[in-house]
Design a protein around this ligand. Structure first.
Ligand code: CA
Length: 233
């Protein structure tokens, strides 16, 4: 994708199903990451309290201490390694709960290993406080988080604060389809009552400012969400 040399890190993989744990660990090691695996929530919590992981891939359904509780206890003790939750299919509740306890993203099982690798890279690109320190660049679109500036083809684009946050989220996840729920939870915070219509409305505003009269970067994936990516030749 956009990152030829993604940041590598030390990742804790927590999954009680050996087949999934092996596939995930192998894929992440192949990307250059160091992987420590745990198969229970208790072991995961012990490890994460002693080792400063760059991120945690955390299955929710675990025997004993579940993934949500592991994340809650880590956050309560001031440990903020980003958490990518693995949720069972159609457990919408788990996704919401995951964000409430301080998770950063989620993947629904079954997921493709490629998707997991992309999401891990996107999370590692973000600085610890959730804001990248360097400018985000996709094709001729440049977003500078420090100066709150956006340019396309060298031309400055004026965005509202919410539009800026939305574009920032889409660019951080460039090349990855993000659902309306994910956008809502990350850009508006989880308890926003307006729902998916607000996401559609703001995607419309952004398109008018960023894509109008140009090669479109923001694409709709019907039934799945949105993806910001460079034009495909
Ligand atoms: Ca499990």
């Amino acid at each position: 994708m956009s990152d030829q040399h993604p940041a590598s890190g030390h990742i804790l993989v927590v999954e009680d199903e050996p087949a999934i744990s092996d596939i995930v660990s192998t894929a992440l090691r192949y990307q250059g990451h160091t992987v420590t695996a745990a198969d229970t929530g208790t072991v995961a919590l012990d490890l994460a309290m002693t080792i400063d992981f760059d991120m945690i891939v955390l299955d929710i359904m675990l025997p004993g201490l579940d993934g949500l509780e592991v994340c809650r206890r880590l956050r309560d003790s001031g440990r903020f390694a980003p958490v990518l939750f693995l949720t069972a299919r159609d457990e919408q509740d788990d996704r919401i709960k995951g964000f409430v306890v301080g998770g950063d993203d989620y993947l629904t099982k079954p997921f493709s290993v490629d998707e997991l690798v992309l999401r891990v890279a996107a999370i590692l690109r973000r600085a610890p406080d959730g804001q990248p320190t360097e400018a985000l660049v996709v094709d001729d679109l440049v977003l500078d988080p420090a100066g709150m500036e956006v340019r396309r083809g060298g031309t400055a684009i004026e965005l509202s604060r919410t539009e800026f946050r939305l574009l920032h989220y889409l660019m951080t996840n460039a090349g990855i389809v993000v659902s309306k729920t994910q956008i809502l939870l990350n850009v508006w915070e989880y308890d926003y009552a307006g729902g998916a219509n607000v996401v559609e409305l703001y995607i419309g505003y952004l398109r008018r400012k960023v894509d109008d009269g140009r090669e479109p970067l923001i694409h709709t994936k019907r039934g799945a969400g949105y993806v910001l990516r460079r034009p495909q030749a």
